[in-house]
Design a protein around this ligand. Structure first.
Ligand code: HEM
Length: 216
């Protein structure tokens, strides 16, 4: 194959990988995260409502499918994200624009989200299921939220990072995929992204508040 031919195929693979990592962050990861926050609001209705919304599945296969559909894209997105983090060159000191700040915070929040998800997936999902042989109990997480300060702080900060990363990420996703191009459309997406951030944060902190009060 000619030199030109091999360069083209190299560029194509990189392009596909970039697109795939970006698409997985949107679907299913962002959609599932929004649903997960919504389901957690069942904490306002008490233990059995929360238990059935958040931890119960109609069929063991549904549980397995969720693991594959959510955890696999998450792992792939993390690998994709870490590669992009390595090449990140924040220039906020030289250019104090809002867009440059958002670029840096998107990457900083990615590291916070990584630490939070490591703790959250282990403590709320894997450890109860594989060590204690049952799904996380409402009483346990509510008790921790009320009586263990570090747990409350980690959930408040972790969900702040997740909601910012997701809402801002969806706007960069829209730009990257050419959904928006004009200056006017960009402004609209920025406003929608800010609105989404506020709504998602209210959902997350609302669920934490409900768990905190139930754990008293
Ligand atoms: C709940 C989990 C997560 C969700 C829902 C999520 C969602 C997203 C979305 C929608 C984007 C925008 C994609 C695009 O611009 O095309 C994004 C970008 C990014 N994510 Fe995540 N993400 C999550 C976790 C993580 C983690 C744990 C990391 C850690 C490495 C990470 C690293 C990144 C990076 C570095 C970017 C920016 C890529 C760029 O613009 O060049 N993400 N994320």
């Amino acid at each position: 194959m000619s030199a030109t031919g091999s360069t083209t195929s190299h560029v194509d693979t990189g392009f596909v990988r970039t697109r795939l990592g970006s698409f997985l962050a949107f679907m299913p990861l962002s959609v599932w995260t929004i649903l997960h926050l919504w389901h957690n609001l069942a904490a306002f209705q008490g233990a059995s409502a929360w238990q059935s919304e958040v931890t119960e599945y109609t069929h063991p296969l549904a549980q397995f499918a969720t693991l594959v559909v959510v955890l696999l894209p998450l792992v792939l997105h993390i690998v994709w994200g870490l590669v992009r983090l390595k090449s990140a060159r924040p220039n906020n000191v030289r250019y104090g624009f809002f867009a440059n700040l958002k670029y840096a915070v998107q990457r900083l929040s990615a590291l916070g989200v990584l630490a939070f998800l490591g703790a959250h997936v282990w403590l709320a999902m894997l450890q109860p299921r594989f060590v204690q042989h049952h799904a996380e109990y409402f009483g346990d997480i509510a008790h921790e939220m009320h009586h263990h300060g570090p747990t409350l702080a980690v959930y408040l900060l972790g969900t702040l990072g997740v909601t910012y990363h997701l809402a801002n990420g969806l706007s960069t996703f829209a730009m990257g995929w050419g959904v928006v191009a004009s200056r006017h459309a960009l402004k609209k997406v920025e406003i929608a992204s800010l609105g989404l951030f506020v709504v998602l944060l209210a959902m997350a902190w609302g669920a934490i508040y409900a768990l905190y009060t139930a754990g008293a």
